[in-house]
Design a protein around this ligand. Structure first.
Ligand code: FAD
Ligand code: UDP
Length: 371
């Protein structure tokens, strides 16, 4: 059987690796980029030797033993606790907004009052999405909700999505809930780490196999050959020539700068909801605790995705877009041996572990039914 994987991102690399290893079949992988890894690609900056996350900050985190064990075949890990900051009134404070952030933003007496109210209402270690907190009728909680909404979510969400927090799917802002805790970590998952030699190295190890052949700078539509099975991790609407219309996405651009100082900021990511045009600044040396007299940062800007002008980064979750996706999915289900996967193929806001798990589970099922 001739197998084709379109996309050498994380999803495509899992699928190619499984075909090569588990089926012991040949597989061709194509990617339109000149590099592997898709959005998790990183590279070593020549001047500083720092690993730079080409497409923004990537922290691997999961509670899935299966995903952790699977990826651990291809990399050793650098344990990493992600504790970013957000700038509120010019001051870098703890993000997610938690009980330490309250201490940093208010005088002692006020902080104590709001802390007590939050703990009494929700209990310690509870997470409250901002849109849920905004529903409160309690005067003190309303004050905190309005404060967090204004200084953490409103400006950032308008920059990131072109919409206000209440206009986007509530699951998006719920990714970063108010945390009634003194735990400063962005994630509470069991495993939190960065591949020791970078993400690209991990992907290369997944793809380094006698059964796998890779063609970079190669678009699916430019392929002349026919394949028996196609695993497509590009955008599903593109595959079908946009016959039902285009699935909307948000895009990003990055200004990558080298600075002549040891550190630019105290932590890997600092968000700027209220100031500047960019959403956040990433300082890359923090991820692997790399040492250099200089430092590399990237400023991240969000845009509407426009075909031919920029790239797809974030699917936009809404009922309307789900309906449009469903039309393409119905079309896809008429095809024999052609499967759509990954952030673009499934049109889902997957974290890395979710993308890997979806690919592993897809492979379980295809093994059970189709082959
Ligand atoms: P992609 O990486 O998009 O791979 C798709 C590949 O297909 C690309 O290489 C593309 O070039 C190729 N392709 C598409 N169309 C074609 C075509 N027609 N022909 C040939 N090739 C094609 N997740 C986390 O767990 N933690 C994080 O901290 C985190 N941070 C993130 C930060 C940002 C800014 C972004 C955008 C995402 C972040 N993610 C994070 C999510 C993570 O990037 C994704 O889960 C993961 O990259 C999905 O991999 P994928 O292979 O499905 O998609
Ligand atoms: N968000 C925000 N302010 C922040 C951080 C996040 O408003 O400082 C909102 C914003 O809408 C964002 C969403 O929460 O798109 C999810 O944030 P996350 O950090 O998970 O985004 P990602 O890393 O996936 O871009």
């Amino acid at each position: 059987m001739k197998n084709l994987v379109v996309g050498a991102g994380l999803t495509g690399s899992v699928i190619a690796n499984l075909i090569a290893n588990e089926w012991n079949e040949k597989v061709t992988v194509v990617d339109k980029n000149s590099f592997v890894g898709g959005h998790i690609n990183d590279y070593v900056d020549e001047q500083t030797q720092i690993h730079v996350h080409r497409f923004g900050p990537h922290i691997f985190h999961t509670n899935s033993e299966r995903v952790w064990n699977y990826l651990s075949q291809f990399t050793d890990w650098h344990n990493y606790s992600f504790e970013p900051n957000v700038v509120i009134k010019g001051q870098k404070v703890t993000l997610p907004f938690n009980l330490n952030t309250i201490k940093q933003c208010f005088d002692e007496q006020t902080a104590q009052k709001y802390t007590k109210k939050l703990v009494d209402t929700y209990g310690m270690e509870h997470k409250v999405p901002i849109l849920e907190l905004k529903q409160t009728n309690d005067e003190d909680l309303k004050f905190i909700a309005d404060f967090v909404y204004k200084y953490v979510f409103e400006g950032y969400t308008v920059k990131q999505w072109g919409l206000k927090p209440e206009e986007i799917d509530s699951s998006i802002t719920a990714r970063v809930p108010v945390f009634i805790s003194y735990d400063n970590r962005y994630f509470q998952d069991k495993y939190q780490a960065i591949p020791k030699n970078g993400y690209t190295d991990m992907i290369k190890n997944m793809l380094y196999h006698k059964n796998i052949q890779i063609f970079l700078n190669t678009k699916y539509k430019d392929l002349a050959e026919n394949y028996d099975r196609i695993f497509y991790t590009g955008s599903i609407d593109e595959f079908f020539d946009y016959k039902y219309g285009m699935l909307p996405y948000r895009s990003l651009t990055f200004d990558i700068e080298t600075h002549d100082c040891e550190y630019y900021q105290p932590t890997a990511m600092v968000n700027y909801p209220c100031d500047n045009d960019f959403t956040r600044i990433t300082e890359h040396k923090h991820f692997l605790n790399e040492k250099s007299e200089k430092t590399v940062i990237s400023k991240e800007y969000s845009h509407t995705f426009e075909l031919g002008k920029n790239e797809r980064y974030y699917p936009i979750k809404s009922d309307e877009n789900a309906e449009l996706y469903e039309k393409y999915l119905n079309e896809a289900q008429q095809l024999q041996n052609t499967y759509f996967l990954g952030r673009l193929g499934a049109y889902k806001y997957y974290n890395m572990d979710q993308a890997v798990l979806a690919a592993l589970e897809f492979f379980d099922n295809i093994n059970n039914y189709s082959i």
